[in-house]
Design a protein. Sequence first.
Length: 158
Amino acid sequence: MLFRSGGCLCDVHDIRISIHRFAPVRIAGNEIIRIVKRPLIENGNVYIAQPPLFRVQRGKKTYYAFSDAERDKYIAELADPNGNSSKVAVQRYKGLGEMDSEQLWETTMNPETRTILKVTLDDASKADEIITILMGDKVLPRKDYIEKYARTVSNLDI
């Protein structure tokens, strides 16, 4: 698999590549281990760019929030002195395709303002396990998982 990093075209199948960070913006957790060689993760070279969940705006003032709590904080901050937040606009991002190119650059691609998370083998292994259960060919493990955790879900995006 080839990808561009800082103007250099790199092959992630060649573990001798001389890059310091590989930051896929959108990649399924279970694909990280399959696409990226294990030594890159072990050496701390793999990061995931984290886009925000919300854009909170009133007038020309805009904030990007990465959690419900952060969203609520910005709504309260942008509310009028009486606490009325009816003029505060909140946009929920469900995917990168909902952002225009300027928002994507500002929040996810710009090295000076983006948030990136280091991938560890533990993270990748947990993601692989969950995605295999939920998206795999076997129905019974998915059914068991849903039945076990259905009542404890606190952040379901439908």
